[in-house]
Design a protein around this ligand. Sequence first.
Ligand code: ADP
Length: 214
Amino acid sequence: MKSYTLVRGDMSSIVLFGPPGAGKGTQATAIMEKTGLPQVSTGDMLRSALSKGTKLGLEAKGYMEAGDLVPDRLILSLIEERLKEEDAKNGVLFDGFPRTILQAESLAKITKVSMVISIEVPDDNIVERIVGRRMDSETGEIYHIKFKPAPSDISDRLIQRKDDTEETVRSRLNAYHSQTAPLADYYSNLGVLEKVNGDRNIIDVTNSILELLV
Ligand code: ADP
């Protein structure tokens, strides 16, 4: 297997882990506030690269739209650049990364992962969560048509992610189970995995996560 050389440093980072739609992005805000670590979401970085029309964004596009994982080399080059930034020097909060064993092994070479917070949600609930997800195009705030309705005065600003359709969600779930879920054992063996029941309301999940961070 090919390995990648990334930047090295004295960082200690937290990983938010879980299936698509588990609430990683939602919970990231509270963790950032508590720890001061900046959020590094590979999904957001890919969508930004795509909207800017960069070469990497265009290469990633087909994989994302199909609900497949983007190749490790593209993800690792994004991460390498991001971790060189000043705000990342004391560690970051990873959201949606690592998603393969190779990504995790590459990450281990550049930063210490002090905790992996695994937000657990049964597959049966994922589709409803994702298909009902909406984003405020102005602020980036995430809502859900049933679980977290947006205020009615911003309803015309709400957008749905292109990959948030039922068919694509099923592919994303398959990719999660075959390529990403094995990371739970990887991090459990390293003694850093913390499981949180994500099948509860947002505040309860946040409180359980904050208890882990004291
Ligand atoms: P979700 O967790 O809801 O699936 P993300 O925004 O994290 O959504 O990711 C959206 C898409 O971006 C994924 O389906 C995948 O194609 C790609 N992606 C994001 N992060 C990674 C990663 N670390 N490795 C490979 N592909 C990724």
